[in-house]
Design a binder for this molecule. Structure first.
Ligand code: 2BA
Length: 123
């Protein structure tokens, strides 16, 4: 079994989550942000059988797109009176950054709450 962790752009997350659901995959979405652009992106985790990994990659490829973004580089250290005109740098973001990790153990723990569903002890 494998954990597929995909960092995708926010614009693609909804479509990918829907495709995973339709494919019968369970998935968890975590709001995240990239260390370089500091923009919001989404990290999607899905635990699947080894044989399903290629299909999950297919869904990621079909739903995540490469986009061009422009980043303003950091200002250089300047002497008084010097003038610097920043020119934005072009970067290609996505389709997706995907990691595949081995799962040592997977368990869904399903237990009824003591004393009935939805009842918790107060203090
Ligand atoms: P960010 O770190 O915000 O990076 C956004 C895009 O900026 C990257 O797109 C890449 O085109 C560019 N970039 C990132 N670091 C750079 C650097 N040191 N120099 C020049 N350009 C740089 P992607 O490669 O498609 O990455 C999209 C997002 O995926 C990243 O957002 C980050 O959140 C995640 N990611 C990418 N590689 C990762 C890794 N090795 N480990 C963990 N997360 C990663």
């Amino acid at each position: 079994m494998k954990l597929v962790v995909a960092v995708v752009q926010g614009k693609d997350a909804e479509g990918l989550m829907a495709a995973l659901r339709q494919g019968g995959y369970r998935a968890t979405q975590i709001n995240s942000s990239g260390g370089f652009l500091r923009e919001n992106n989404v990290t999607i985790m899905t635990g699947v059988n080894d044989a399903q990994v290629p299909d999950v990659f297919r869904l990621i490829r079909e739903n995540c797109y490469t986009r061009t973004q422009y980043v303003n580089p950091l200002l250089p250290i300047m002497e008084p009176g010097e003038f610097y005109m920043p020119s934005p740098v072009e970067v290609q973001v996505g389709g997706a950054t995907v990691f595949v990790l081995p799962i040592v153990r997977y368990e869904r723990i399903m237990a009824a709450a003591a004393g009935g569903v939805g009842v918790s002890a107060g203090d």
